[in-house]
Design a protein. Structure first.
Length: 99
């Protein structure tokens, strides 16, 4: 089993639509067992721009994280599609044990 964590921003788009929604649809279409999306309180990336969407008076979009776990073969088959979709985000994979 492999765990995949995707780090992106709420304002990221793919084909004019919210990237996080497109990623979830791609995962569903390719039979990934399940995925969860998380909204962060704040964060920053390689550009060192602090995203703090809950700050008073800000219209900043926040950082997001999508997490899924599935069999290694399924994950490896969908990773090229995710890499194509994400230009500035980060994709992290790690092996996990299922109990």
């Amino acid at each position: 089993m492999l765990e995949v964590t995707l780090f992106l921003d709420e304002e990221d788009r793919y084909n004019g639509k919210p990237m996080h929604e497109q990623i979830m649809r791609t995962l569903m279409h390719h039979g990934i067992r399940g995925a969860s999306g998380f909204s962060a309180l704040m964060g920053y990336g390689h550009k060192h721009h602090l995203h703090h969407p809950k700050a008073l008076g800000t219209v900043d979009e926040g950082p997001l994280m999508i997490l899924f776990i599935d069999e290694e073969a399924k994950v490896q088959s969908v990773l090229p599609l995710l890499k194509e979709m994400m230009h500035d985000g980060l994709i992290v994979t790690k092996p996990v044990q299922q109990y």
